[in-house]
Design a protein around this ligand. Sequence first.
Ligand SMILES: NC(=O)c1ccc[n+]([C@@H]2O[C@H](COP(=O)([O-])OP(=O)(O)OC[C@H]3O[C@@H](n4cnc5c(N)ncnc54)[C@H](OP(=O)(O)O)[C@@H]3O)[C@@H](O)[C@H]2O)c1
Length: 345
Amino acid sequence: MTDLRLAMLGLGSVAQAFLRLLAQKSDDLAPHRISLKLVGVATRSRGIAANPAGLDLAQLLEIGAAGQPVDNLNNGRRFADSLEFVQNIQADVLLECITLNPASGQPAIDYISAALQRGLHVITANKSAPAFALARLSDLARRQKKAFLYEATVLDGTPVFSFVRDTLPATKILGFRGILNSTTNFVLTAMEEGLPPEDALRQAQALGIAEANPDYDLDGWDSAAKTAILVNALMSGSTTPDQIARTGIRHLTTRTVIEAARQGRRFKLLSEAVWRDNHPVARVLPRMVPLTNPLAHVSGTSAAITLITDTLGEVTLHLHEGEVPQTAYGLLADLITVIKSHYAK
Ligand SMILES: NC(=O)c1ccc[n+]([C@@H]2O[C@H](COP(=O)([O-])OP(=O)(O)OC[C@H]3O[C@@H](n4cnc5c(N)ncnc54)[C@H](OP(=O)(O)O)[C@@H]3O)[C@@H](O)[C@H]2O)c1
């Protein structure tokens, strides 16, 4: 048995779902002969808990769900803040699940950079760092012979990056179009059913799928961040969310959405990218998609991406009704990739 020590940044919906999934999937992890231990968790406002012997997951989940401070579980060194935590915690893998910052990618970039420099593998569900610093952090990870993985950032953990990396050899991604933001898709679907946008957003928030700041969903920032990651990872781009042409869905009314549906079209917030003059060009905008297009049938919390390839033509990955557990699975899948690539006997 090899011990693998996990440290976690954030204890919100995604981090908690990941910890629950870890407990549920212990039998599937057993053949890897790895003993997983969560040795620390840092939050923004609820303190930091570390325990080299491993935190009690059931207790942590109870505290997480109740929104209580985690400090009481501390049984080790005390850390002043999240940066000190990543710079010093004795761990092998950092799971980064903090709030999205689509304006600069910070502080996630600094945390991930510090962890990689210390020789930790990093797995993130947060788009911030891969959207702003993918090339730099991937390069650092390569030099350190560690992994920097981010499958959970797009399509809630459905394999998109590993799908291209591991199963599409000798393939060029010519472009993509996708519905990448579940919250706006949920809101647009509910508006088509007659709900005012504010009520639809409240329902999305209750499901835990909306960003902590829902403006990031409605104004297209979350989609722009995902689009930037896809362009950088799959089309060798070097863009950032602020460089992606972006229009959100705020200007759409329930009446406009219903009227479009009467004409056989559905409003969808699309992320699109193509090559132009040897450069990938991307944008995020609401489009009226005809019902003959498969993306018109991606409704509610579902999400989908059509990859345009030079080998298989168009390949569509569609996650039906993704929610937080699916994002948690993206983290688990990345963790298993790390185990297989770095700890397999
Ligand atoms: N929810 C989804 O369906 C989904 C899907 C894909 C990706 N994601 C991404 O996953 C990440 C987490 O999402 P979530 O829904 O779990 O968010 P959440 O429920 O709002 O939780 C965010 C967590 O991050 C912590 N945090 C924020 N800044 C921090 C810092 N500087 N240091 C340490 N902890 C910090 C918060 O601490 P406090 O508890 O003190 O506030 C909180 O525990 C986000 O980046 C989101 O974009 C979410």
